[in-house]
Ligand binder design. Structure first.
Ligand code: ATP
Length: 300
């Protein structure tokens, strides 16, 4: 079931087009990746989904219906810049935010305590935001976004400033929310997180959609241009094989850039004639490589 649908959405600031004709659908229980270089139009798109600004063209539908103020109750947002007030206690402001989204004080308090316990920081209940480290402030922002059990959740750089243990903790929570049916629009510059969490993505570049679809399917559109070869002994003259562009010696063998897929077979035959093979893999491009190719190194 489609939870969130953007149809030819367009937004302009003065004569600057911030989002040009973007269409995408997020299913119930899906984490959808919204990617792009700085200034590509991601925040503008998220703010339109949240109803904070209005599209100049196209349509956004939520479970098939247009925007209404009721939706604030079912949407959650973790903005890239921290949104909580430094001087106010965690409990006061998160309970307040949850009440704005329709929760009773008692339920909001219970939900906050549940998440503080889950994140192993129950003592933060009475702390002011300014007393917490940057990473822990991020965790409180995350709790503020999910405390009211939103059906549609918008996460902008959700894991920034977190140590690896906390990244895993929040990642597991995001997956759990997905499995419980939350639809998540997930924006980040960290491609490894996208590879792990998202099935489908849109890459924006200068306000336009440049790549869209299922990650596996997107990868299959790009040539596989790298061979990983681990061998027991040395392999001579790999760079003399037709189609080999470059050979790099790595810890247990070689990483070889190739021009055409046929070259991989020639490499295998060439190496087998000389030594035992421990690993042979024709690597598909990473999302990072695809992103850089489409968006350009200078913009990444
Ligand atoms: N309030 C505004 N007034 C004028 N122009 C704006 C405004 N907000 C955004 N823009 C412009 O719209 C374009 C898209 O900006 P947006 O913030 O959506 O990009 P982004 O993809 O979120 O970038 P980042 O990764 O840096 O957060 C940019 O060129 C930006 O300068």
């Amino acid at each position: 079931m489609v939870s969130l649908q953007l149809d030819h959405v367009f937004k302009q600031y003065g004569d600057k087009t911030a989002v040009n004709n973007i269409s995408l659908q997020v299913e119930q229980g899906e984490i959808y990746g919204l990617l792009g270089a700085n200034g590509a139009g991601k925040t503008t798109t998220m703010r339109m989904v949240l109803g904070l600004i209005y599209p100049d063209g196209g349509e956004i539908r939520y479970h098939g219906k247009p925007y209404s103020s009721e939706l604030t109750r079912v949407m959650g947002y973790l903005p890239e810049e921290r949104g909580l007030y430094p001087k106010i206690k965690v409990s006061e402001q998160i309970v307040y935010l949850a009440r704005l989204r329709g929760m009773s004080k008692q339920d909001a308090d219970k939900s906050l305590r549940y998440w503080l316990d889950r994140f192993e920081v129950p003592e933060y209940y009475d702390k002011r935001i300014e007393e917490l480290s940057k990473g822990n402030q991020q965790k409180m922002g995350f709790i503020a976004a999910i405390v009211h059990k939103p059906q549609i959740l918008i996460l902008d750089e959700a894991f920034s400033g977190l140590d690896p243990v906390n990244v895993e903790l929040l990642k597991a929570t995001v997956k759990e929310l997905r499995d419980n049916g939350t639809s998540i629009l997930f924006s980040t510059h960290r491609m490894e997180h996208v590879e792990e969490l998202c099935r489908r993505i849109t890459i924006l570049h200068r306000s336009n959609t440049v790549v869209q679809g299922d990650i596996k399917e997107i990868k299959s559109r790009y040539p596989r241009e790298e061979v990983v070869l681990h061998t027991q002994g040395e392999v001579e003259k790999l760079d003399s094989i037709p189609g080999v562009k470059s050979v790099e010696r790595v810890d247990r063998g070689y990483e070889i850039k190739i021009g055409t897929p046929d070259t991989a077979q020639l490499i295998l035959q060439h190496a087998m004639a000389q030594t035992a093979i421990e690993r042979f893999e024709i690597k598909e491009p990473t999302l990072n490589q695809i992103f850089i190719q489409e968006v350009g190194e200078s913009n990444a």
